[in-house]
Write a protein that binds this ligand. Structure first.
Ligand code: FEO
Ligand code: CA
Ligand code: CA
Ligand code: CA
Length: 623
């Protein structure tokens, strides 16, 4: 063990011991949450493997592996429902990757599907065999999309137009007939939403002078969405989509920009697209304020194909992974969202007005006005929600905040000033409908140093991530103080410090939790992005969240080579489980991909696709 490793080990032990001590584990008060650690720690953390008790997740676990195909546990069917390029309207020709253009792409399912939301048809029903699927197309992998495998910075004008049209979202009507799902191509609901779709800026920052640009003279009307990563479905049947990595779509000189401070704090500096060489909109030298129009949570009403999506600036501007809602006991709505970058924060937004079960029209404006808070995770197991309100604390003109609009626009800076806890890349955050606790996927943070660890982010050089749970003691999500705990520390047991149920199998460990879904029983379904570096495919693992099988993660499915798994989502009856296979074949090429899933045709590159999983013979997924 080198001196450096010894220092690392000691720091980890100190942090872990203080953490465990605080949770009562060392006193034997808690027999669950078994921790497997490096041998040096094992004497102080002795835990006998506990035998798992009968589980609501009785499926036969899938083995680890890595190959060209998609695999699901025995006893389940996986149907590829829709692929990049598939027509979503009537009378559209079959997809030909050799002849792509903007007009054609606008009639088809977009690239790199991520978040999936299912809402029942008709609205207000709980139908599980007919509904609308709303899917994010987070970004494109142009080297897998166009012949010749151009990088995103090498696109010609026609490719840029096609590329833009492959971003945004798709809304598609789907129906299950004789056990098989199909698209309803003549549906009035089907819609492509793209970076060019007219949208409206609402809430604290609407009409701010900083948002007035050549494209948006009023700072209210704006165009489109891109970088749409995860999201959520609201109780009133709208979709929330998070604009995440929007900065890389721009070119231009940041130093000379009036928003230089904002853009630097946002992480601008790396262009992975050359859209700005062909479109002034994405050239910050010509359109300096445009990047302030991105980085929001956008609300979309899929039941009204003419509706104008709304950017909800009250929820703050950052690299939103997604956004999920809970209706509080007093009918205020609380939205949770994470900012997915290393050392960024977790937020909650509390609506000013209250949810009205019988007034959808009123609910459609609920996210327009409210209060934003950022999380401070204390080592004693408490979580303080710090309000980001103009005039309070440091959020004053002396620090550059002249209105609540400035706080919406400069959310990260405001959160810095109030002392929020920098996290290990907050991805999906969701409330478990069964126990009311909030679960955040913290995917990884390779840059956290030994002197930067804390109880909530306890590992330096964190390549595998953790899941943190937090909850209001009395069930009031508006409360200023919550409690928190580490649910699991991911990674391969034995190779690093991990935390799982000691009864997990050799296939039960995972790496880089990213998206999450809960079934109606409250079971947690974890999707990963980054397991392949460990020689195993990404996929989904399921676990109960409490009781004797807590954190007993079991592998349920795995992706083809190169892909991450996104967007897990259940129909209301838990009998259909939708998942997104994103970027299959990543880091190879259009001509010579590492997989040609799902078509396995020599003329077709691998295609990002939505898969729907059902139990053979019917029944709840997982049983
Ligand atoms: Fe788009 Fe945070 O993953
Ligand atoms: Ca993600
Ligand atoms: Ca989710
Ligand atoms: Ca990710």
């Amino acid at each position: 063990m080198t001196e450096k490793e010894i220092v690392k080990q000691t720091v980890f032990e100190d942090v872990l011991n203080s953490f465990l001590s605080r949770r009562g584990l060392l006193k034997g008060a808690v027999s669950l949450g078994a921790v497997s650690v490096l041998p040096a720690c094992s004497t102080t953390l002795k835990n006998e493997p506990a035998a798992a008790e009968p589980s609501t997740l009785s499926f036969t676990e899938l083995e680890h592996g890595l190959d060209e195909s998609f695999h699901v546990a025995d006893g389940y069917d996986a149907q590829v429902l829709v692929r990049w390029g598939d027509p979503i309207f009537e009378n559209v020709a079959a997809f030909d990757p050799a002849s792509q253009n903007e007009e054609s792409q606008l009639q088809r399912f977009g690239f790199n599907n991520d978040f999936i939301g299912f809402v029942s048809l008709p609205h207000g029903s709980q139908n599980s065999d007919h509904g609308l699927l709303v899917v994010n197309h987070e970004y494109t992998s142009t080297e897998m999309m166009f012949p010749g495998s151009p990088k995103g910075t090498e696109l010609n004008t026609e490719q840029v137009d096609t590329d833009i049209a492959a971003h945004g979202l798709s809304v598609i009507e789907i129906i299950k007939k004789e056990g098989s799902w199909q698209l309803v191509k003549d549906s009035k609901f089907n819609r492509r939403i793209t970076p060019a779709t007219p949208m409206q800026i609402t809430g604290a920052a609407a009409a701010s002078d900083r948002l007035k640009t050549r494209i948006s003279p009023d700072g209210v009307h704006t165009l489109g969405t891109y970088g749409n990563c995860a999201g959520g479905v609201t109780p009133w049947g709208t979709i929330l989509t998070g604009e995440e990595n929007v900065d890389g779509y721009f070119i231009g000189d940041i130093e000379a920009n009036p928003e230089a401070e904002n853009y630097k704090r946002f992480g601008v500096g790396r262009s992975y697209k050359n859209w700005g060489e062909h479109k002034d909109r994405w050239n910050l030298d010509k359109n300096p304020g445009e990047l302030l129009h991105a980085g929001w949570v956008v609300e979309i009403d899929p039941y009204d194909p003419e509706s104008i999506p709304k950017k909800r600036t009250g929820i703050g501007r950052c690299k939103h992974e997604g956004c999920n809602i809970v209706i509080n006991g007093d009918n205020h709505v609380v939205a949770y969202t994470g900012d997915d970058q290393r050392f960024e924060y977790i937020y909650k937004f509390v609506s000013k007005n209250t949810y009205q079960p019988d007034n959808r029209t009123a609910n459609l404006d609920l996210l327009e006005d409210g209060t934003l808070y950022v999380a401070k995770f204390n080592d004693d197991g408490s979580l303080h929600w710090l309000p980001l309100v103009y005039g309070r604390g440091a959020l004053t003109p002396e620090n550059g905040f002249n209105s609540q609009a400035d706080i919406s626009l400069d959310t990260r800076k405001a959160a810095d000033l109030v002392g929020a806890t920098p996290m290990d890349r907050p991805e999906d955050i969701e409330v478990n409908p069964s126990n009311g606790r909030v679960y955040a996927m913290l995917t990884n943070n390779s840059r956290r140093k030994e002197n930067q660890v804390d109880a909530a982010n306890p590992r330096a050089h964190n390549n595998h991530g953790q899941i943190i749970e937090f909850w209001p003691q009395d069930g009031d999500h508006r409360a200023d103080v919550f409690s928190w705990d580490l649910f699991l520390l991911a990674g391969k047991p034995g190779s690093i410090e991990t935390k799982y149920h000691t009864g997990i199998s050799d296939n039960g460990w995972l790496s880089c939790p990213d998206n999450v879904a809960f079934d109606q029983l409250g079971n947690m379904w974890i999707a990963t992005d980054g397991a392949e570096k460990m020689g195993i495919a990404d996929g989904v693992w399921a676990t109960e969240v409490s009781g004797p099988n807590k954190a007993l993660t079991k592998r349920f499915l795995r992706t083809p080579k190169g892909a991450e798994l996104c967007g897990p989502f259940f129909t209301p009856d838990d009998q259909n489980f939708f998942v997104s296979v994103q970027h299959p074949g990543q880091d190879t090429s259009f001509e010579n991909p590492s997989t040609r899933w799902p078509d396995f045709s020599p003329n077709m590159p691998p295609r990002p696709s939505v898969v729907v999983i059902t139990k053979k013979g019917g029944g709840r997924v997982g049983s």
